[in-house]
Ligand binder design. Structure first.
Ligand code: NA7
Length: 534
């Protein structure tokens, strides 16, 4: 038997987190190998190729800021970059920094076991790799494990079925077909208007109506891009001061929505609506803190919906009842107007639930909907799904699945007690999905690289979150979340979209205080972590 290969770090995933982690590790003189399940780089943007897939953070902000030449050279063409362009960007980064030579594609990590005798990780893949590394960095992405509901009869369907998050590379042509879309989250809302134009007939199966604000996507103005690039580093610094890691360039009100007069409120919300995108929720600082403030913004959007959708009965069904922003706000291009088309039909699953999938369609309580194709736009086992698919075993033979049986527990969203030298990029307990992911990814990669550098410099074998620090961190994340309206609905932030998943609010709202805390921990010699000698 040959002995396992040795590297300083194994990185799992070649999305934006894994790519930068590899680059950073190599530039600090560490050896690393990346394992990636996909056939190419890009992570989310490799897999999510559904029609209309596009980032809901503006392209000039959704990019790396670690290399000035890269950010000056790369040209985004649209305000919100479409999936193919973001994938080109990921490929450009991989080529530019010669990353591919250390990436193993079409390879899944199956097991990772911590060897206590020498504080290393022993990693196996489905292609027979056998590797020992001091560090294991999980860059597995927050939305990478598809959630496909178990519906009676699904396997009997004779048409074609797709999940938005594992879309065929060659694309899908729905021309002339009767198509059903299950789900009305961000992915569905982007795909539905385009599928409706192509398909003969589209039936949308809605379990929860979503709020949406317009993207007003357009080609970027080269003059404005040039101006922004001239002060790109200022923009990056501003991003780090924003709770969500983006949106600093739209003027802020900073007060309570409840202090605004009806005219001021209407004007401000209209201004945000016309500006477009997720910054709508930044109109006032209490929109996600009190129901009274939230209702004002929610009613504004509900009124817009009623102006757009012609049939009042359809508009009623499409009207969301939860807190706006409790589930991730959708950014759309013509979503509600699509329901004015004669070839589009909405089924409200609250009144008319799915009973079964049949060989020829979907049967709900009121009858059969004949279909040639079903699109599952049913989201992801978010934040923990991809991590728990791997058999990760820490100290004392305890698996991550056992350690997280009552929900994910981390310290800073970066480390887990019982799992030394394991790091989770944008892990649960960090701002991650509540922010511009590129800002959070960059922050975590740099923190991890500095931490690993500190261990090397001080000849330390391992770093591990302590139980008390982790306990206190979990409490802190829960407390912060409890001051917001986020826990008031069945969102994937809470794990509520996956049957049987423990309900824990996983991300931490607010980037700047979090980043400050991470910096403090590093400055203090890694307070809350135990550092061990070889
Ligand atoms: P989301 O936002 O989780 O949306 C999934 C949708 O699928 C949502 O409307 C769900 O309804 C619906 N769903 C899930 N399971 C079922 C079943 N069993 N039956 C009917 N409907 C179901 O995922 P997306 O891919 O759209 O977006 C994920 C993120 O990607 C997004 O937030 C952006 O950050 C980008 P529910 O609301 O759970 O009732």
């Amino acid at each position: 038997m040959s002995s396992p290969r040795r590297v300083d770090a194994v990185v799992v995933g070649a999305g934006f987190a894994g790519l930068y982690m590899l680059h950073k590790l190599r530039s600090e003189g560490f050896s690393a190998v990346v394992f990636e399940a996909g056939g190419g780089v890009g992570g989310t943007w490799y897999w999510n190729r559904y029609p209309g897939a596009r980032c809901d953070v503006e392209s000039m902000e959704y990019s790396y800021g670690f290399d000035e030449e890269l950010e000056q050279d790369w040209e985004w063409t649209e305000r919100y970059a479409p999936q193919p362009e973001i994938l080109r960007y990921a490929n450009h980064v991989a080529d530019r920094f010669d990353l591919r030579r250390d990436i193993e594609f079409e390879t899944r990590v199956t097991t990772a076991t911590f060897l206590e005798a020498n504080s290393t990780w022993h990693v196996h893949t489905d292609r027979g790799h056998d590797i020992v590394s001091q560090f294991l960095v999980m860059a597995t992405g927050c939305l990478s494990s598809a959630n496909i509901p178990e519906i009676n009869g699904a396997a009997t369907f004779t048409g074609s079925s797709f999940h938005t998050g594992t879309w065929p590379q060659k694309g899908v042509d729905f021309t002339g077909q009767r198509v059903g879309v299950i789900g009305t989250g961000s992915s569905a809302i982007q795909a539905i208007p385009i599928i409706a134009e192509q398909a003969r007939h589209l039936t949308v199966f809605q379990r929860t109506a979503s709020f949406a604000v317009p993207a007003w996507n357009q080609a970027l103005d080269p003059g404005a891009v040039k101006e922004l690039k001239a002060e790109y580093q200022t923009l990056r610094a501003e991003q780090r001061q924003m709770a969500t890691g983006f949106g600093s360039r739209i003027e802020r009100k900073d007060g309570s929505a409840l202090d605004a007069t009806p005219d001021e409120l209407a004007q401000e919300l209209q201004r945000r609506w016309e500006y477009g995108g997720l910054s709508f929720l930044g109109a006032y600082n209490d929109l996600l803190l009190t129901n009274a403030a939230n209702d004002l913004a929610a009613d504004f959007v509900r009124n817009k919906l009623r102006q757009i959708v012609h049939d009042p009965a359809v508009a009623d069904k499409l009207t969301p009842t939860q807190v706006i922003g409790c589930k991730r706000l959708c950014v759309d291009t013509g979503y509600w107007a699509t329901f004015n088309r004669p070839n589009v039909h909405l089924v409200d699953l609250q009144d008319d639930p799915i009973e079964a999938i049949t060989p020829t369609g979907i049967r709900t309580a009121t009858g059969e909907h004949p279909l040639e194709a079903i699109v599952y736009a049913t989201g992801f086992d978010a934040m923990t799904g991809a991590l728990l698919k791997i058999e990760i075993t820490g100290r004392g033979g305890v698996s991550l699945r056992e350690a997280w049986a009552a929900g994910p527990r981390t310290y800073l969203g970066l480390g887990v007690a019982g799992f030394p030298n394991l790091f989770t990029i944008t892990g649960p307990g960090s701002p991650s999905v509540l922010t511009n992911m590129l800002v959070s990814i960059q922050h975590h990669v740099e923190w991890i690289a500095e931490c690993i550098g500190h261990l090397r410099q001080n000849h330390l074998a391992a770093i591990e979150a302590t139980e008390p620090a982790q306990e206190a961190w979990v409490d802190y994340v829960n407390t912060v979340a409890s001051f917001t309206l986020f826990p008031t609905c069945n969102s994937w932030y809470l794990g509520a979209n996956v049957p049987g998943k423990t309900r824990v609010f996983m991300p931490l709202p607010g980037f700047p205080p979090y980043a400050e805390q991470c910096a403090h921990v590093a400055r203090s010699g890694y307070e809350g972590f135990a550092l061990t000698m070889p």
